[in-house]
Design a protein around this ligand. Sequence first.
Ligand code: BGC
Length: 509
Amino acid sequence: MKDIQSIISQMTLEEKAALCTGASSWTTTPIERLGVPEFVMSDGPHGVRRVPDVHAVAMESLPATCFPTASCLASTWDVDLIHKMGQALAEECTALNVDILLGPGANMKRSPLGGRNFEYFSEDPFLAGELAANFINGVQSKGVGTSLKHFAANNQEFQRFSISAEIDERTLREIYLTAFEKAVKQAQPWTVMCSYNKVNGTFASEHHYLLTEILKEEWGFEGLVVSDWGAVRNRVAALKGGLDFEMPGPQARRVQEVVDAVRSGELDEAILNESVRRILRIVFKAQETPQTEKFDVDAHHELAGKIASEGMVLLKNNGILPLKGQQHIAVIGRSAENAHFQGGGSSHINPTKVAMPYKELQARAENAELTYAEGYPKDNSFNQGMIDQAVNLAQSADVAILYIALPTFKESEGYDRTDLDLTDQQVALIKAVAKVQKHTVVVLNNGAPVAMSAWIDDVDAVLESWMMGQAGGSAVADVLFGRVNPSGKLAETFPFKLSDTPSHLNWPG
Ligand code: BGC
C-alpha cells in the first residue's frame, strides 16, 4: 500500500487542486513525478459505456452487455442474481479498462412520471437499499469501484439542474436517504455521486450537512464524493461542503480558484488535503486490480437473459399462457422487430448482440405459422392503415401477441413523462386487435408504470417485460412458451390513474 500521507506532503498546492478536478470527461489527473496514475470511470448502471478514447469528447461506446435496467432487476427480488450481475459488470470493466462504473442509482421513485425511473430500483427505500448494496458488493468483489448516485433527492428530471427539493428531516431520513444509507453501510461504494439539484435551498454539490455530516461522519463513508457531470457551481464552496472530486475536466479556471482560495485563507488547506487523501486512496485501490483481455460475451448475454426472465411480471393471464399448439400466431408491434430494451441518456449501452423478439418467438414456435404487422409507427403520429393491417392478420390467427414499447420520446433521462399513457396509436391498436381476436396477449416494454385501464379488460394476458436488456427478446419467448415460469413481482406501484399517486398534487414541484 502506498504511503499516501507522504505523497500529499510532497505535492504542490497546484497539484492538489488539479487532482480534485478531472483531466478529461472520464479520467482523473495523474501526477507522473510522484507516481500517481489516473483512474478511468465509465457510465452504467446496467452496462459499461466505455468510449474508445477516454481523453476525447463523446463518442459511440465500445460493445458491452446491456443488462436489464433497474426496474426489471428490482422485480426479480433476487439479491444473489443482482450480485452476479455486478460481478459480470466488473469483468467487463476490467476487460475494457474501466476502474469505476457509474452506478447504481438509488433514488426513490417519487412519482411514476420520473424520466429516469427506469434506472432506479423502487419507490421502497428498504428494497432499493438492499438491491443497491448487493449490486455494489457484486461489482466491488472483483476489485472494480462503483458510484452510488444521485445523492440526494434527485427524483425528477424537470429542472434537475436547479430545482430545490424541499424536504423535512423525517421524510428525508425515512424515504429519500434510506437506500443510500443502507448501500453505504452494507457495501462501502468507492464513490458516491452528488446530484445536480438543491436540497432545501443548497446545491447537493455544496451540501455540508448531506456530504460531510451525514454521509461521511454519521454513516462512515470512506470513499470519495464525485460531482454529477457539471453539478459544481462554486468549487470552493463544494470542497468546503465535502465534494472531493469535480467532473468532468479539464477545468483550469476551477483549479486556479482553489489555489487562490487557499492562498487567501478562504479555504483551509486541511480541507483540500482531506479530499486529496480520499482521491489518492481510490487511485491506488484501482491500481490493485489487474486488467484482463476480454470478457465472456456469450455467458454474459445468457446471464442478461436469465435476469430478464426472472424480472418479468405476468400482470394478467386468463389461461392463454403458456402458448401451446396454436397454429397461427399473429405477431404485432414494431418492438417485435426492433427490440426496445434500454432507456435514453447517459446509461445507453452499445450491446454486444441483441435477441430480436420476433426471431426468438419463431425459433420456439415449432410448426406454427407466424405473421407480422408493425402496428404503430416510430414517432407519435397516428396511422389507421397500420391498425387495419394488424386487425386483418389478427382476425385469422389463433392468438395475437402485441409487442408494445413505450417510446423513448415518452421516457428518457432529461425529461419527465407527462402522463402514464401509451401512445394513442398503441391504445387504439390494442383495442382494435382485441375486438377481433379473443386471445390477445400484450407484452409491454417500458421502464416505469403505464396506465392500462383503457384496454386491460379487453385482453387475455399482459406480460410486463420492462427495459429487458439485450437478451430480453429470448426471455420473453421463453416465458410465452412456458419454458420459464414468470416469477417476477412488481417492486413499485402501478396506479390506475395519475391522481391516485401521492405526489400528484405537488409534482413536479
Ligand atoms: C448523469 C449521470 C452520469 C453522468 C456522466 C450525468 O448527466 O446524471 O448519471 O453518470 O452524466 O455521464
